[in-house]
Design a protein around this ligand. Structure first.
Ligand code: CA
Length: 720
């Protein structure tokens, strides 16, 4: 189970090679995802000093900004007897862990009043990871009331700063004590490297604009030059003047402009911003209009946008999925990659891409996977794209095989093996290579002992079974047992489904109780009723929703029954309904939960990644769109309501270039800035399974899958 695994592996930080990784700028503020206040800040004041705040956080200004769409507003009184302070924190993102060595602290400032003198401005300090502070530094501006750039050499703050991530916050604090009130705006706080300051002489090349119900997607020719900081996007509405509306990484090649209005005409042009924020010449203009969309078109839109994570956002060398975007640029996540392959199949069938394009991608993928490092035929959790070697991103112990990730990858590959059925050289090549990969996985090796009851999650070539994590259900790993039983070359006995996955002895019971914090479902079967819904199988009251998604994107749960339930489709449906009903009741009274915002599951969060569940202890107030939307086959009406609410009412912050961002939390006024490889594809694939059953049909068409199923059914009748 994911949260256990993260706990085990969190001990060792990511020390992997990452030699080819792009170096990010270490930033503290560019834009707030949300209006109102900035989540990654805090304020305090004493005596007769004052700083304007909302919930002890800095207010966000959408009216004034240097980079669109907002800045931080510091409205303060330098009291004679007190002091005020405002801290702006670096936002840690998974995999954004390689940074340029900083030479300057850089920010933009706009002073509201020309009677603000240098001493009225705040002092600046660094706050370090050990909670100590640098010495305070003062700065000057020209007081033009225009935006001005401030650059302060990092050595000014005292000690040498070799690693930017020693600094967790930039702190602004009171300087004078003259009792005056001042307002300043601050934008684009970050460390910068002057060597990268060079003018960008060329204009970017816009390629297209396409209108949807409330947003327009524009695309440009991707650019990965280190001289470019951002693409800046300008919009003109109904022929009026152009205004800057957003910025984007030039290498993404796409910006989703959520205008919130239907039936409007928009034109766009873009420029590059260099590392010193100097602007390049403008691009040509593209135009599009927003329009009303049918339910079917909305489903297409969500499927296509999520699919693009795996298409446009794929790792360069392999064509496979990254862990999250933004994040590591050269690192493949095996399980997410398998999910992405199923999304590409759905996209081919929906004609988002041509079959030829899909075939080209799969040829690249199977070539890469054939050469990539494997351990007894199983893939590592993370693979370094440039050399195909295991990347121990979760720590040094996790430097070998990951059987669960491998089974997710195989799920996608086996679906593709049936989909690419044409009698031609390329599609035959894809099928043959997939056969080799599938038959090469030594599932039986992962028993650890000859007569083992369990399959084990990991194996390391130098540390062997050190992680020693047994696979015990109910959770996301059912497909691992099902594929291990189905393997014609390295199969395990079907009895392991009962001895391992559905284990009844104290090992299984303790594992499940530790996960759920309850004895409900500790013997695999549950039998209790939650919110009037009877649950045959499930730990606690069902667990996070990804349990009902990952194994069943390919494997059709309607085929599955055992001695504990007659139909896993119905069991999954009941888990989804329990999750839905819990969110509607919303016992912790979080903002935003409703019959159209529900679905607790594993996702990014304001404080950390967590696998949320529909109970008091595991409900942290964040909603991941993948929860409800990937449940489409189980709860089509409730899922559609959620999809429409997320897009029509929350799209301003939640919708972006790869569809819905990972999660949001209205109580904390937070929205994730990332998309996750494990969460985008399930939306595309499960909507497709709801609409046509395509991925289920393809995966189940593999003869070995059916033979494995028959073995399990025979075992079920023996043990019943
Ligand atoms: Ca900004």
């Amino acid at each position: 189970m994911l949260k256990k695994l993260f706990a085990i592996l969190a001990l060792a930080s990511s020390l992997g090679a990452g030699a080819q990784e792009k170096l990010y700028n270490y930033d503290f503020f560019t834009n707030s995802m949300m209006e109102g206040n900035y989540f990654f800040s805090n304020t305090s004041s004493k005596g007769n000093s004052f700083i304007a705040q909302q919930k002890n956080k800095l207010p966000v200004s959408g009216e004034f900004f240097f980079t669109p769409g907002n800045s931080l507003r510091l409205q303060y009184i330098n009291g004679s007897t007190g002091t005020w302070r405002a801290s702006v924190f670096h936002q840690e993102k998974r995999g954004m862990d390689f940074f340029r060595k900083p030479t300057f602290l850089s920010f933009h400032i706009k002073v509201e009043s020309d009677s603000t003198y240098d001493k009225d401005l705040p002092l600046v300090r660094f706050q370090y990871t050990d909670s100590t502070y640098s010495k305070p530094v003062s700065f000057r501006v020209k007081k033009t009331k225009d935006w001005e750039s401030v650059l302060i050499h990092t050595s000014t703050f005292g000690s040498e700063l070799s690693y930017p991530n020693r600094v967790i916050a930039i702190v602004f604090e009171q300087q004078s004590k003259d009792g005056k009130s001042n307002t300043i705006y601050i934008d684009d706080i970050g460390f910068t490297v002057k060597e990268f300051f060079q003018p960008v002489a060329k204009a970017p090349q816009l390629l297209s604009a396409k209108g949807y119900a409330k947003h327009v997607d524009i695309t440009w020719l991707k650019d990965t030059s280190s001289a470019i900081r951002y693409v800046q996007v300008y919009r003109s509405e109904e022929g009026r003047a152009y205004n800057p509306v957003g910025i984007q990484d030039a290498a993404i090649g796409r910006y989703s402009d959520y205008t919130g209005e239907t039936g409007k005409k928009y034109s766009y042009k873009i420029s590059y911003l260099g590392n010193d924020f100097q602007e390049s010449p403008m691009s040509d203009i593209v135009a599009a209009a927003t329009r009303t969309m049918t339910d079917g078109e909305l489903l297409d839109m969500v499927q296509e946008a999520s699919f693009r994570y795996y298409w446009e956002g794929a790792e360069n060398f392999s064509g496979l999925a990254k862990e999250n975007i933004p994040g590591r640029q050269s690192m493949i996540a095996s399980g997410a990659a398998g999910f992405g392959l199923m999304a590409i199949i759905a996209a081919t069938e929906r004609k988002f891409i041509t079959r030829e394009e899909a075939v080209e991608r799969f040829v690249k993928v199977v070539n890469f996977l054939s050469k990539a490092e494997k351990f007894h035929g199983a893939f590592p959790h993370f693979i370094n794209g440039p050399d195909g070697k295991a990347e121990p991103f979760f720590g040094r112990k996790d430097n070998g095989a990951d059987l669960v990730e491998t089974s997710f990858l195989m799920e996608g590959l086996l679906a593709a093996k049936q989909y690419f059925s044409a009698d031609n050289e390329k599609e035959k090549f894809i099928r043959d290579k997939i056969s080799d990969l599938w038959l090469g996985v030594e599932w039986d090796w992962f028993k650890q002992y000859p007569n083992s009851k369990f399959l084990y999650w990991h194996w390391s070539p130098d540390k062997q079974w050190v992680i020693n994590h047994k696979l015990i259900g109910w959770n996301e790993t059912m497909v691992t047992y099902l594929l291990a039983i189905a393997s014609p070359t390295h199969g395990v006995p079907a009895s392991m489904y009962y001895s391992g996955w559905a284990n009844q002895d104290s090992t299984g019971q303790q594992y499940r109780s530790a996960w759920g914090g309850t004895t409900d479902g500790s013997k695999y079967s549950n039998g209790k009723t939650y919110f009037g819904i009877k649950l045959d199988v499930g730990v606690s009251n069902g667990g996070p929703l990804f349990f009902t998604h990952y194994s069943y994107m390919g494997y059709d749960p309607a085929y599955l029954k055992d001695k504990y339930t007659n139909n896993y489709f119905v069991n999954n449906q009941n888990i989804a309904k329990i999750n839905y009903t819990y969110c509607v009741e919303n016992p912790k009274k979080y903002l935003g939960y409703s019959d159209s915002a529900w679905g607790l599951t594993a996702s990014d969060g304001p404080f950390s990644y967590s696998a949320d569940e529909p109970n008091i202890a595991q409900d942290h107030g964040k909603i991941a769109p993948t929860g409800a939307i990937s449940s489409f086959p189980y709860t089509p009406v409730e899922s559609m309501k959620a999809l429409k609410n997320y897009y029509y009412n929350h799209g301003k912050f939640l919708w972006g270039e790869y569809g819905f961002r990972d999660a949001f939390d209205l109580t904390n006024n937070w929205c994730s800035e990332i998309y996750m490889g494990l969460n985008q594809a399930p939306m595309t694939v499960m909507i497709e399974n709801y609409r046509s059953g395509l991925i289920w049909k393809m995966f189940m068409a593999n003869p070995e899958v059916m033979i494995g199923l028959q073995k399990l059914q025979k075992e079920t009748s023996i043990t019943k």
